[in-house]
Design a protein around this ligand. Structure first.
Ligand SMILES: [Zn+2]
Length: 65
């Protein structure tokens, strides 16, 4: 198990090494934020904003006439 720090809530929790592969996504055990591995060495995590992804899809529709 590897200890990681959630960039969303700042909490630390332990997770399996196998989920900490580059660009893999996993949920924070503490706040349920969706996290993504953007660097493996050193380990850097980023929060995947699911609401932002949804709104981005909606904006595409405005280009259709
Ligand atoms: Zn968290």
């Amino acid at each position: 198990m590897t200890k990681v720090k959630c960039p969303e809530c700042g909490g630390e929790f332990e997770t399996e090494q196998e989920v900490l592969t580059l660009l893999n996504r996993f949920d924070c055990l503490l706040c349920d934020a969706l996290l993504k591995v953007i660097e493996e060495e050193p380990l850097v995590l980023d929060v995947v904003d699911q609401d932002y992804l949804d709104s981005e899809d909606e904006e595409d529709e405005w280009d259709v006439e």
